[in-house]
Design a protein around this ligand. Structure first.
Ligand SMILES: Cc1cc2nc3c(=O)[nH]c(=O)nc-3n(C[C@H](O)[C@H](O)[C@H](O)COP(=O)(O)O)c2cc1C
Length: 292
């Protein structure tokens, strides 16, 4: 796998031998961070989080560890869980989470393959049927107030956005990638295992294309694939901000299909103001239709 990533770099004019030291340094960092996945370390990190006045804690990729549920209850902090199927949602409410974040396949980052438009009513109807009033936040592809209104019309209590912040003025997104995102259409993402070992949606680039090509190695299971992909990607990220055209081409990051709706750079405040105005317009549009 390391050989394969070096070949991608070389094909795009990034000298893998010259970058080998930087790549290995990031790899060691990554190896150290896999420690965070172990029970004892995760609990210690949660203890730190709960020493701060947090309003919410969220867990992805499975049921929250019991220590997170216990600390949430002790500190009166709601515990949310990200889910991609109705079955996941059922397991999460049985485990006692306070909020379900229903993430459609359009989403950036780790995601399933059920679209938001289907997933939200599926989960809301299922909760209704079992008489469970756990609130659902809709996620996946949401970048406008009208989409928020649509998901709330389907039973969601609110929305949860990730990608839309990546092109804001405040975001620490690599400026080269930010420009690519502003120019991208909704077809310019790919859901693939090649970054972390589990399916995650990313901006398409020659890097993601290489992993999708015939003959590419299969992704290793999490967390091993991150040890393969993240170090060269971090080096690509750094070089892309200089004058290395190959690195600029290869640069990519997680983003959802909502990238097609992210067409101009705004401040986070402007995005929120836009949400409010668009939500009201959508709501009024429906109210008028009903009147007619
Ligand atoms: C760059 C990026 C990084 C993310 N990292 C995480 C993460 O570490 N943990 C997590 O639970 N979700 C993560 N997500 C998923 C978001 O929490 C959210 O569910 C998703 O972005 C919603 O869909 P959207 O991107 O279409 O708005 C990430 C999303 C993006 C775009």
């Amino acid at each position: 796998h390391k050989q394969f990533t070096n070949e991608i770099l070389e094909r795009h004019g990034v000298d893998s031998e010259r970058s080998a030291g930087d790549i290995e340094a990031v790899r060691l960092e990554q190896v150290a961070s896999t420690e965070n996945l172990r029970g004892g370390t995760a609990a210690a990190i949660l203890e730190v989080a709960f020493r701060h006045p947090i309003g919410l804690v969220a867990n992805a990729l499975g049921i929250p560890p019991q220590v997170m549920l216990d600390l949430g209850q002790k500190h009166n902090v709601p515990v949310a869980a990200l889910v991609g199927t109705k079955e996941h949602a059922m397991t999460q409410v049985a485990a006692g989470v306070d909020i379900i974040v229903a993430v459609g396949g359009e989403a950036g980052g780790h995601t399933g393959d059920i679209s938001t438009l289907v997933l939200i009513p599926e989960i809301c109807n299922m909760l209704d049927a079992i008489g469970d009033d756990t609130p659902v936040l809709a996620a996946g592809g949401i970048a406008t107030g009208a989409q928020m209104a649509a998901t709330m019309a389907m039973g969601a209590s609110g929305a949860w956005c990730g990608s839309v912040w990546l092109t804001t003025a405040e975001a620490e997104t690599n400026p080269v990638v930010k420009e690519k995102m502003l120019a991208a259409s909704s077809r310019d993402t790919v859901r693939a295992r090649s970054r972390t070992g589990k399916p995650s949606r990313q901006l398409r680039s020659p890097w993601t294309d290489a992993w999708q090509a015939e003959g590419a190695p299969s992704a290793l299971p999490m967390p091993l694939q991150s040890l393969v992909a993240e170090p060269p990607l971090r080096v690509i990220d750094k070089l892309s901000q200089g004058d290395n055209q190959g690195a600029k081409d290869l640069a990519t990051y997680w983003v959802g299909q909502g990238v097609g709706l992210m067409n101009e750079q705004m401040t986070a405040g402007q995005v929120v103001q836009g949400f409010k105005e668009d939500f009201i317009t959508a709501y009024e549009r429906l109210a008028t239709n009903l009147g007619e």
